[in-house]
Design a protein around this ligand. Structure first.
Ligand SMILES: [Mg+2]
Length: 227
């Protein structure tokens, strides 16, 4: 394979993310347990999240709005202050969670850095993603970070153009089939999937058939395909 750049997703590809959101969700379900059962709270949260993402994008601020909307509905249109502040604490804890890199990331980036221009290509809230990037200690391996508006085919075409690459020269590594694999393949690029055992319901999608998709078990396995 002939590539000059490798684009890496960040959340659940370079560092743990989704499991902290799952913990937050569990705390939210507990907080609202006096109003309805766990499945009802969870479904209400997912539904309100899906409504808010197109308006406010990805990240914990949107998560907070979704939680407040869901709680308001579950509380019959009057949100008690203890529930509101409970939600705020859940989201504050989420923003300050301990940082945890995915196993093998540093050695993989260290090896690939010698041969490729490495770029982080993540989506979400700029402040939040930049903060995680700084805290990760991975800046030394990357040329820079791109915080994308979303990860649609259009966004990947713009990403390629920005780096003077043809779409077929895009090489993306990531855990999400919906965001990191399918749109990249659809514009003619190549994608390496590093599956993570915790998948956000919003990102769930079946893997398509393509000879431009490589699935590896661990991130360090990508070195075998690229060097
Ligand atoms: Mg991800």
């Amino acid at each position: 394979m002939e590539f000059s750049h490798i684009f890496f997703d960040a959340d659940d590809t370079l560092w743990e993310n989704e499991r902290f959101f799952r913990e937050a969700e569990e705390h939210f379900i507990k907080l609202l347990s006096g109003y309805t059962g766990p499945e009802g709270v969870q479904q209400m949260l997912w539904d309100r999240q899906e409504e808010n993402i197109p308006l406010f994008g990805y990240g914990s601020k949107t998560y907070m709005i979704g939680m407040a909307d869901a709680a308001m509905e579950l509380c019959g249109g009057r949100l008690p202050s203890d529930i509101y502040y409970g939600i705020k604490k859940i989201v504050t804890d989420l923003a300050c969670h301990e940082f945890s890199l995915i196993d093998g990331v540093e050695e993989t980036l260290g090896t690939l850095q010698e041969h490729y221009t490495l770029v982080v290509a993540t989506k979400g809230d700029v402040t939040e993603q930049m903060s995680k990037y700084r805290r990760s200690g991975l800046e030394k391996y990357f040329h820079h970070i791109e915080v994308m508006e979303n990860k649609t085919e259009k966004n990947y075409l713009e990403l390629a153009a920005k780096h003077d690459l043809e779409p077929h020269q895009l090489l993306m590594v990531g855990n999400s089939v919906r965001s990191d694999i399918v749109p990249v393949i659809n514009v003619g690029g190549t994608a390496i999937n590093t599956p993570h055992d915790v998948v956000w319901v919003h990102e769930m999608m079946d893997m398509p058939e393509s000879d431009r998709i490589i699935v590896v078990e661990k991130i360090k396995d990508i070195v075998n395909f690229l060097l």
